[in-house]
Design a protein around this ligand. Sequence first.
Ligand code: JF8
Length: 240
Amino acid sequence: MRVDVVTIFPEYLAPLDLSLVGKARAAGTLDLAVHDLRTWTSDVHRTVDDSPYGGGPGMVMRPEPWGQALDALAGPHTRLVVPSPVGAPFTQATAHALAAEQHLIFACGRYEGIDQRVLDHAATRMPVSEISLGDYVLFGGEVAVLVILEAVTRLLPGVLGNADSLAEESHGPAGLLEAPVYTKPAQWRDLSVPDVLRSGDHGRIARWRRDEALLRTARRRPDLLAALPPEAFDKRDRAT
Ligand SMILES: N#Cc1c(-c2ccc3cc[nH]c3c2)n[nH]c1N
């Protein structure tokens, strides 16, 4: 997957050199480039913002640099992703959809946002997704890109050492929160690991984990339960 990130703070994206995203880049699974929007300015001050039409506080990002950046970077299979407080909520389903794309350009807004005409013009040439991390307000889109790119990259083939992790994790195919996890020692302070997890009975362990996932989801995120099909509550063993 090819990803281009356009921002006025390239150094904000430095964490994308680290850990599993960094390894995916080194392996060629993720072909990522970070660009400074000021590359596409033409004045001596490299201006990217101006005062808003209609008045009001703050500044708005000028359309010209964005238009030239997208002219330079977009191709026939590009989706433009714009992190925004007015965007659609980012979910695991969104991450899967983005992971299936060939080329993503992330436009990191700052100030009061990007001139709307940038998105409107882009939409005549490519699919555009405005995405929100949640109902709170950030200073800009860079943090959102770090979150979105981590969620997307871990879904790319070969990035997770064991793809089985995707099956049981929270918000995975089961649509549940994951069950509690434990490791050695069996006794820690006055707390023990549930005996079933040390039984070696994989059928019992799978049932325990499913039941714990259902209980945890019912207690913490009953809204997720409402979205599940009836068979998700079936107590019979599944074919493994
Ligand atoms: N995604 C997302 C966001 C933002 C966000 C994104 C871009 C800009 C540009 C200026 N201010 C921004 C806030 N706030 N809250 C979210 N969930």
